[in-house]
Design a protein around this ligand. Structure first.
Ligand code: SF4
Length: 222
């Protein structure tokens, strides 16, 4: 819970990020550059998370620990297209395997109705298969108590300052995309990446200002 003063600072921070990001994004002269721009947000989030872990409190997360890869993860339109682009660059067999995992994920989600702790399809051998392009939501995820993660506690203690800083960056960047008339809403990661991989025209339509994903992450009808 933020104090009034902290809330004002939070909104100022969003406005600051939005202003700077909108200026840079205005220079993005094609769809590729508009998609790649989201990497700036990712780099900033990584720096903030690294700094936060240095000054403490130190997160309890360890290599190979993947509790936060078993909850619903969301990503924005440019993040989804960036991930789909990166996947398409991989060998054909690897792409086919990932698409199969994403399809299975969608089927299991429909059967489970979203009630189970479903593993992200990109979690392969306890590692993230898209680590370099993983979305902002994954970059800010952390826990100050792995015991509470193990216990599947609904309340995971986190560094509030880090979360507030990350949320301001994410919100400001999304606003900057909207200023450029580009959608940057949150969609379920796995379903949205599958949809983007299945329809190569989606990113061009997004760049033309279309809202190509519906709320579940599937493509909206033309
Ligand atoms: S994208 Fe990677 S880090 Fe994020 S939930 Fe999936 S496996 Fe985990």
């Amino acid at each position: 819970m933020l104090t009034d003063e902290e809330r004002i600072a939070f909104h100022k921070s969003i406005a600051g990020v939005r202003h700077l990001a909108a200026k840079s994004l205005a220079q993005a002269s094609d769809v590729g550059r508009a998609i790649e721009f989201v990497a700036n947000l990712h780099r900033s989030l990584d720096s903030v998370a690294l700094h936060a872990s240095k000054i403490g409190p130190v997160p309890d997360c360890k290599l190979g620990c993947s509790y936060c890869c078993h909850i619903r993860v969301e990503a924005t339109d440019p993040e989804i297209f960036g991930i789909a682009r990166r996947i398409r660059q991989r060998p054909e067999a690897e792409v086919a395997d990932l698409i199969e995992k994403l399809r299975r994920h969608a089927t299991e989600r429909n059967v489970g109705g979203g009630a189970t702790r479903q593993s992200c399809a990109f979690l392969v051998d306890a590692r993230c298969a898209i680590y370099e392009v993983r979305p902002a939501t994954c970059r800010k995820a952390h826990s100050l108590s792995v015991k509470q993660c193990e216990a599947l506690s609904p309340e995971i203690p986190q560094n509030l300052k880090l979360l507030v800083e990350a949320d301001a960056m994410m919100a400001g960047t999304a606003e900057a995309y909207r200023d450029r008339k580009l959608q940057a809403a949150a969609h379920e990661l796995n379903a949205a990446v599958l949809a983007a991989l299945n329809d190569q025209s989606a990113e061009a339509r997004w760049y033309n200002g279309e809202d190509v994903f519906c709320c579940s992450g599937q493509l909206a009808p033309d």
